[in-house]
Write a protein that binds this ligand. Sequence first.
Ligand code: NAD
Length: 296
Amino acid sequence: MATRIDGKAIAEERTATIARETAELVAGHGVRPGLAVVIVGEDPASQVYVRNKQRTAERCGFKSVKHALPADVSQNELLGVIGDLNADDSIHGILVQLPLPDGLDETTITQAVLPAKDVDGFHYVNVGKLAAGAVADAFVPCTPAGCMLMIERELGKDLSGKSAVVIGRSNIVGKPMAALLLAANATVTVTHSRTSDLPDVARQADILVAAVGRPNMVGASWIKPGAIVIDVGINRIDVDEGGETRSRLTGDVDFDGAMEVAAAVTPVPGGVGPMTITMLMDNTLRAARLAHGIHA
Ligand code: NAD
């Protein structure tokens, strides 16, 4: 039976460290990290994510501000808000919650955030640094950064000789995940919706990362015995519980099946999700230190 990787516990531990380091930064240098979250419209899932991010920022001792804008805000108004936050010295990290409503161009908006405040790691300067292997210099997108931390805890920082398969090639998860694994010396294969014989490819992986958005797609037969399986997917499905239909979150991996074959598996919920928020705090603390020339 595999180990269930407790992302919630790892995230708690990391958040406590960030809170302690923040208190030291405030006491020693008078610098309090500031995180601004910009949310446009009323998407319920986005509201939940933003609330969780703000709550964690407050627990870390950060200054936390939220700009909630109506769904019909113009692109120029939104760019104006970002411009003000770019110029605000008390704000070190800016996060624009995605997806944005129709009519707003996500690329224009994410590229308007100063690279030094781009704690989501979406600005092309940070994307380029990561692609060039300058990981320590980049703000890395929070979800793959969190996955990497869990992989390191299982296998160490040097993944030489390990084969890694990433399912999904999005800019937010799949591609940066592959770049991080490559930077850690893994031999990386990126797969996607046009990949043939995906189960055969997946079965070669010592490290298998699923970031697709298809419930329970990765079955036990896709997993190499002893592999580390990281399930990024978040899918809402209806399940029958005692004759009642209930909505439940599930990942891209058949968790019970994977637990029979793998060495370690992340659950959904309680795996990658909590790590994502913690890495946002990690990036914000780092942005605050860098803005003031302070070394950790
Ligand atoms: P996306 O839709 O941008 O990308 C999905 C990728 O999956 C694409 O590259 C596509 O080629 C690939 N794909 C689709 N169908 C496939 C198939 N049948 N076989 C192989 N590959 C296939 O999604 P995303 O933003 O990368 O997110 C992926 C999943 O991760 C979603 O469920 C999302 O909700 C979740 N997610 C979770 C977190 C977290 O914090 N836990 C963060 C971001 C995304």
